[in-house]
Design a protein around this ligand. Sequence first.
Ligand code: FAD
Ligand code: FMN
Length: 763
Amino acid sequence: MRAAVLGGGPGGLNFAISLKLRDASHDVLVVERNKPDDTFGWGVVLSDETLGNLHTNDPVSSKAIRDSFVYWDDIAVHYRGVVMRSGGHGFSGIGRKRLLNILQDRARSLGVKIEFETEAAPVDSYKDFDIVVGADGVNSRVRAAYLDAFKPDIDVRACKYIWLGTRQKFDDAFTFIFEETKHGWIWVHAYQFDADTATFIVECSEETWRRAGFDRMNIEETIAACEKIFARNLGGHKLMSNARHLRGSAWLNFNRVLCERWSHKNIVLLGDAAATAHFSVGSGSKLAMESAIALASYLDSEPDITSAFRRYEDERRLEVLRLQNAARNSTEWFEDVERYFDLDPVQFNYSLLTRSQRISHENLRQRDPQWLSGAEKWFEQKATGHVPNSARPPMFVPFRVRGVELANRVCVSPMAQYRAKDGTPNEWHFVHYAERAKGGAGLVFTEMTCVSPEARISPGCTGLYAPEHTGAWQRIVEFVHAETDAKIAIQLGHSGAKGSTQLGWEESDAPLESGNWPVLAPSAVPWSAQNQMPRELTRADMDLIREQFVQSAEMAALTGFDWLELHYAHGYLMSSFITPITNRRTDEYGGTLENRMRFPLEVFRAVRKVWPDEKPISVRISAHDWVAPEGVRPQDAVEIARLLREAGVDLIDVSAGQTSTRARPVYGRMFQTPFSDRIRNEAGVATLAVGNIYEPDHVNSILMAGRADLVCLARPHLSDPYWTLHAAADLRYDGMRWPKPYWPGRDQLYRLKSRSEALTGKV
Ligand SMILES: Cc1cc2nc3c(=O)[nH]c(=O)nc-3n(C[C@H](O)[C@H](O)[C@H](O)COP(=O)(O)OP(=O)(O)OC[C@H]3O[C@@H](n4cnc5c(N)ncnc54)[C@H](O)[C@@H]3O)c2cc1C
Ligand SMILES: Cc1cc2nc3c(=O)[nH]c(=O)nc-3n(C[C@H](O)[C@H](O)[C@H](O)COP(=O)(O)O)c2cc1C
């Protein structure tokens, strides 16, 4: 086979080597515009896993790479005059030039022809070759020549960065430095890559970059300015650039590239040309080199080029998407970093270490148990004011708000049971809530409980508007208080245009087959074409509904509930005021966000007046309508939360969606937690996170990173009422109070866990 490889970076060279290793008779040409010793960057980081893959493919070049490596184990974070250091991270760095020289030598020794200082010609000039590999980097011309075939999606990220080097030593840790200047925050990612040189990437927001005047500086001026900003960390050493061949200042925005197709006819894209991963997860070279191995091996094993390209693309796309997902989380963390600058250094460091969501709480424990235990103690001390003797996982640390203390931070999320008759909870509800309260969660929410018969979603919804409701709820509340450590919260709501619908397991949100009642909404906008047209609320209707909320709140207070939540999410009445999708009013209750929030705030204030002072009120909102461009977006949710906080709401329960049938949600593990993070850290209000959180590890990392104050789990509590007790057993935490009659079960469970731990040697 004759292969023309356009671009001699890590991807192109490793492909050339890999192809030759599989069949020495292949004729491989690499065309590279730079000289062998030219390079635009400094050092790259590779993991042990990548080294293993390189070794299996080519022990010769991988040994040379390994011999040139600088290893380090720690991550150090310089922030607000403190240096925080954690260990067990295991990195290795190599100079980009050294890496390329090793690969060039190896390629040449295998008979690859490399033409340096040669600009690649248009692809159709390589007619004599069986395949053309576009390994020409992030700004690939090969890709650009066949845009319609490759369909690249290029996302230009917000921050500005410049890749510099220094002789200052950073040989004891991968180092992040955050420096506050009068123009804004600027930070550095620094790591050693050979005996006397370190990479020094400087990054900041575009606004800071402009305010600092970097947009008007040439490279010498930029370097001088950065040397001044980071003088404390440079110990008198200079910063260096080797990007003088780049025009302008050498500051860049990162381009996230993903192509819909990676091959076209006999042309195939490789490395950054096909897909990039942000430098903050240090995996671009890994992706390029591992993709190169995969491409060469499929060309060797598959019967023809077409099927080789297809297998290459199928296999690598999955890996790329996984990495790009982590890289996106990490990129966004740096883009949004200003929101975290109020965090204590310990929490800031934790948030940084877990930013990609690839490293979890227990993962950090494996890396550096001592550091994590110190962080856990800090968390507990901050919550309780006492220095604990031993650390406990954050989920088991009490939470105090107003006069209420929760024993731990796990909540049973509100879940409609659709089992009531005329709004009255019955034996089903008693057993359901009693079991969940016995299961160890610190707070148990009731389902959305409705403020009037018409406010119900379905005929099976619970209510708190008739005397018999109070008695039935009281029985549940009294059991919870007498027999468990849990607190119990009532969620009050009004269904609005989503009312008069079928039970959850029937046709959800569809009208009843018979016995429908009229529905109300801020505007005459039906939930869907098959739902009833709601009547637009008059001011008199609004007065009535406000008083219904007040009356239910008074009944909830009499019943003894510890906590009240107002349901302002999921498209029900209050939510349909907040979102412009369903609020089309032209009076003072529609239009601007301030107007759309007017009635929900009025109801909150009226309820707050009758709800006992020592008891908290949370409000559940939909932080994202997932309807572009007109729906509520996370940045609007910050404003919504701010208005609620200013009115006196104690916590925001951050849910999302279900406000429009047009919504296009993006699901995933902990998918709504970023909204909670944003609201908590931008609006400065305590939050509850919810949505596809199902492992103790998720809960602990959300809390420890300051992404929420409490965590709600819904479906996990349907499959396991004792989720919290079981989580404690999994974590070998023995501070949970089990109901006395269950002690033998508890003892057996812990014994069995210890035994299996002794057998397998791991927790
Ligand atoms: C600031 C920064 C830090 C990074 N840190 C790391 C890290 O720590 N670890 C890591 O794994 N990755 C890191 N990367 C990413 C890494 O550099 C790239 O992902 C990797 O180099 C991709 O390899 P490649 O072979 O696909 O492309 P490139 O390395 O970009 O190579 C493409 C080659 O093609 C040549 N070329 C382009 N056009 C032409 C043409 N028309 N004619 C001839 N030749 C051409 C170029 O000169 C270049 O040599 C970092 C990137 C940046 C920007
Ligand atoms: C059966 C069921 C009923 C629900 N009822 C309510 C409700 O009454 N009020 C509410 O705010 N959310 C309700 N939800 C949403 C949950 O509280 C939670 O936000 C959602 O299920 C995501 O959490 P999870 O991934 O832990 O299940 C319900 C969810 C389920 C599964």
